[in-house]
Design a protein around this ligand. Structure first.
Ligand SMILES: NC(=O)c1ccc[n+]([C@@H]2O[C@H](COP(=O)([O-])OP(=O)(O)OC[C@H]3O[C@@H](n4cnc5c(N)ncnc54)[C@H](OP(=O)(O)O)[C@@H]3O)[C@@H](O)[C@H]2O)c1
Length: 288
């Protein structure tokens, strides 16, 4: 009699070599002593539909979806009797896939919840009650997820500034009465009222220019978050440290967004611990 096969999950993207998700899930599998695997699979766009239709019959219970496939997987799951979570529907993007019985799939998006969990971890829960205005810099995929999650947390005023203002305007459809769009040059007034400022642009990432923003107008209670996690301390976070403000780095979002997928595939809710964080930071440091 053959052994029951170990649970298998994946991350797909194109390219995918840079993904740190295998390290995170591999860490949890080892920590919990589970006999599963989590592998990187490079899926070219023209092969995506075939991969999505066939992964469950190849023994995978699900996986993560990353650039450039999040929107395409959403489109594929929009027909054929599949399930999409409210978050995935709102964003039009899937980052977590779970195989269901009878060939059906469930698509979910955990990026926004991962971000707010990272803020909870860094500063303690309840920050949303005193945040007042939140400023979101950028209007790409990550910004959409974060704006959605901030609305879910009850933030009453979200000010979005983006290089391409039309993309920021597009975010207003989530809640036109709670979301404002301002030019980057006009941030001084909202900054005076902001309890949270989040960078979701690529600025500050290794190899990219720094974000050019004076934090002098932020109140002392403000939290500054940067979802860029290479380097661990971006120029924005260094400026926030110099002002003595509370800070949230991007690694926390990466770790927390992974939790629901692991739980769905392997049946155990994993913890985001200082040891996990140190392991991923060491890997980032080695690659920097
Ligand atoms: N920590 C995490 O778990 C996590 C998760 C997701 C993403 N991220 C990071 O978040 C960043 C954004 O990801 P994304 O998926 O949202 O990317 P995206 O959809 O491509 O959006 C990129 C954003 O950056 C802005 N931008 C790019 N270059 C700029 C420049 N030179 N000046 C001003 N703005 C610029 C874009 O503005 P335009 O609209 O004008 O082009 C857009 O708002 C990336 O660094 C990514 O690694 C981190």
């Amino acid at each position: 009699m053959s052994e029951p096969s170990a649970t298998k999950a994946f991350v797909i993207g194109h390219p995918i070599a840079h993904s740190r998700s295998p390290l995170i899930h591999g860490y949890w599998l080892a920590e919990l002593g589970l006999p599963g695997s989590y592998e990187r699979i490079d899926v070219a766009p023209e092969m995506l539909a075939e991969f999505i239709a066939g992964f469950a019959s190849r023994g995978f219970v699900g996986g993560n979806v990353t650039v450039p496939h999040k929107e395409a997987v959403f489109a594929l799951l929009s027909t054929g009797g599949h399930e999409l979570s409210d978050e995935a529907r709102r964003l039009g993007a899937v980052n977590t896939l779970v195989a269901l019985p009878e060939g059906r799939l469930r698509g979910h998006n955990t990026d926004g919840a991962g971000f707010v969990a990272s803020v909870d971890e860094a500063v303690g829960s309840g920050w949303e009650n005193e945040a007042g205005t939140a400023i979101v810099l950028g209007a790409g995929g990550a910004a959409r997820a974060i704006v959605g999650a901030l609305l879910d947390r009850g933030l009453r005023r979200i000010v979005v500034a983006n290089r391409t203002p039309a993309k920021a305007e597009g975010l207003r459809r989530f809640a036109p009465e709670r979301i404002e769009v301002v030019a980057s040059a006009d941030l001084a007034a909202p900054m005076r009222e902001a309890g949270l400022l989040v960078n979701t642009t690529t600025l500050g990432m290794k190899g990219q220019p720094a974000l050019d923003l004076d934090l002098a107008d932020l109140p002392e209670r403000a939290i500054v978050a940067d979802i860029v996690y290479v380097p661990a301390e971006t120029p924005l976070l260094a400026a926030a440290r110099a002002r003595g403000l509370r800070r949230v780095g991007g690694l926390g979002m990466l770790l927390h967004q992974a939790v629901p997928g692991f739980e769905a595939w392997f049946g155990h809710r994993p913890a985001v611990t200082p040891a996990l964080r140190a392991a991923i930071e060491a890997d980032i440091g080695a690659g920097a």
